[in-house]
Ligand binder design. Structure first.
Ligand SMILES: Nc1ncnc2c1ncn2[C@@H]1O[C@H](COP(=O)(O)OP(=O)(O)OP(=O)(O)O)[C@@H](O)[C@H]1O
Ligand code: SF4
Ligand SMILES: [Mg+2]
Length: 366
C-alpha cells in the first residue's frame, strides 16, 4: 500500500516476483507477447516419472526442445509414448504417482519447475494454457458460458467493470467463430464443436504466451475436427501465442504445425520442420510412422504398419529404445543409447545411423 492509501499496482501485479500479472481487460489486450528475444518456452532435459508397483515408469525421459514466440510445434507418437505426460508437466499439472524428476521448463526465461502451487495457478491461463479433448466436458452445466469465462478471469485477479468483462468475452467468442449470444447460453445448448470452441476461447482469455492443446479435436467428427483446427489456427495467429499441439493424426497436425516432434517411449527421437519430417524422415521410427499414414504420400504403393508394440517404460534395456522394432538395427544399437544429434539446421535426431551420417559429413568438410 502506498502512503496515500492507494494499492501499489506494481506489487499487486507481480506473482511472487515471477510474472507481471494483468489486472484489467485493457492489460489483457496489451499482454500476450513476452520478451521477444527469448523463446516462448525452452524445455531442458525434462524428466517426468510415475511410481508404480512394477518400478519407476519413465514416461518423459530427458526431453529437450525450444519453441520460439508464435511458433507451432506438433508432438506425435504412438499411444503411451508420453505426450500427455509431457503436456501436463509443462503446466505443472502432473498428479501423483507422477512427479517431475528433473529438468527445466523456461517460460519467457523463467523456470516453472521450482514454482509453488499458487504461483503456478496464476501462471496457468495467464502465461500457459491447456486445451484438451475433455475440456468441453469440463464446462459447468449450470452456469452460462460468459459467467464461466468471467469467473476464470476474476479468479486470476482481473478486476474490471461488468461491461468491460462482457465486451472482452464477446471479442473472445467472435475470435473462435461464435456469436456473442452464445455467451448467454448453457453448455447443454451447444454442439460438441461449439463447446470445443468455447474451450479454446476460455484457454486464450488471458492471452497466454503458450497454449498446450492435447488432442483438442479427437472427440469430434472429422468435418468438425477440421473446423476446430482452423479456429485454433486463427486464434494462434491473432494472439501470437506459441502452440504445442499433441495429436495422433500426422496429416491433421502437419497442416497446422511449423515443426513436428516425434516421441517414442518417453524420448523425443526426432524433431524438425514439417517439410523435413514428412519429406526427409531420418529416424527409422519416423519413417514407419509416416508410411502408416494414408494421405501423406499419395504416390506410395502400400501402407506399412509398425511391427511390434512400444516397450513398457519400466526397466528399459540398455541401448536404443526402438531397437526391438527397428528394421535398421545394428549391434551397437543394442548396447549404446543414441545421442541427440543436432545438425544445426533446426533438426535433431536420436539414432546411431544419423549420428554416423553427420560425423562423416563433418569429416569430409574437415
Ligand atoms: N498414473 C499413472 N501411473 C503409472 N503410469 C502412468 C500413469 N499415467 C500414465 N502412465 C504411463 O505413462 C506413459 C505415458 O502415458 P501418456 O498418457 O503420457 O501417453 P500418451 O502419449 O499421451 O498416450 P495417448 O496417445 O494414448 O494419449 C504410459 O506408459 C502410461 O502407461
Ligand atoms: S539407433 Fe539403431 S535401433 Fe535405434 S533407431 Fe537408430 S538404427 Fe534403429
Ligand atoms: Mg495422451
Amino acid at each position: 500500500m502506498a502512503i496515500d492509501g492507494t494499492v501499489n499496482a506494481t506489487a499487486d501485479r507481480e506473482v511472487a516476483g515471477r510474472f507481471e500479472m494483468p489486472t484489467t481487460v485493457d492489460d489483457l489486450h496489451r499482454s500476450g507477447m513476452g520478451d521477444s528475444s527469448l523463446p516462448a518456452i525452452d524445455v531442458k532435459d525434462l524428466r517426468v516419472y510415475y511410481d508404480s508397483e512394477a518400478g519407476i515408469v519413465k514416461a518423459v525421459d530427458g526431453v529437450s526442445f525450444t519453441l520460439e514466440q508464435g511458433e507451432r510445434l506438433a508432438l506425435v507418437g504412438e499411444s503411451g509414448c508420453g505426450k500427455t505426460t509431457l503436456g501436463m508437466a509443462l503446466l505443472k499439472l502432473t498428479k501423483a504417482p507422477g512427479y517431475i524428476d528433473g529438468g527445466q521448463i523456461l517460460l519467457d526465461g523463467r523456470d516453472l519447475v521450482p514454482f509453488d502451487e499458487e504461483s503456478m495457478r496464476l501462471a496457468r491461463l495467464a502465461e500457459v494454457a491447456l486445451v484438451t479433448q475433455s475440456a468441453m466436458n469440463a464446462l459447468n452445466p449450470v452456469m452460462r458460458i460468459e459467467d464461466q469465462i468471467i469467473d476464470g478471469l476474476v479468479d486470476h485477479g482481473i478486476k474490471d467493470t461488468k461491461e468491460n468483462l462482457r465486451s472482452h468475452i464477446h471479442d473472445l467468442l467472435r475470435r473462435v467463430g461464435l456469436r456473442e449470444s452464445v455467451g448467454r447460453m448453457y453448455p447443454h445448448e451447444l454442439s460438441g464443436g461449439m463447446k470445443q470452441r468455447v474451450a479454446i476461447a476460455t484457454g486464450t482469455s488471458m492471452n497466454p504466451k503458450v497454449i498446450v492443446a492435447d488432442e483438442p479435436t479427437s472427440a469430434l467428427d472429422v468435418v468438425v475436427q477440421r473446423q476446430v483446427m482452423m479456429t485454433l489456427s486463427r486464434v494462434q495467429r491473432d494472439t501470437g501465442a506459441a502452440v504445442i499441439l499433441i495429436g495422433h493424426d500426422m496429416g491433421l497436425v502437419a497442416q497446422f504445425a511449423d515443426r513436428i516432434g516425434v516421441m517414442y517411449a518417453g524420448k523425443l527421437v526426432d524433431i524438425g520442420t514439417v517439410q523435413q519430417i514428412i519429406e526427409e524422415p531420418k529416424h527409422p521410427y519416423t519413417r514407419l510412422l509416416i508410411n502408416s499414414v494414408p494421405d501423406l504420400e499419395e504416390k506410395r504403393e502400400r501402407l506399412e504398419g509398425i511391427p511390434g508394440i512400444p516397450p513398457p517404460l519400466v526397466d528399459l534395456p540398455p541401448g536404443c529404445v526402438f531397437a526391438p522394432r527397428c528394421p535398421s538395427v545394428e549391434d551397437v544399437c543394442l548396447e549404446i543409447s543414441p545421442r541427440d544429434v543436432d545438425t544445426g539446421d533446426d533438426r535433431r535426431v536420436m539414432c546411431h545411423l544419423f549420428d554416423r551420417e553427420v560425423e562423416m559429413a563433418g569429416s569430409e568438410v574437415g
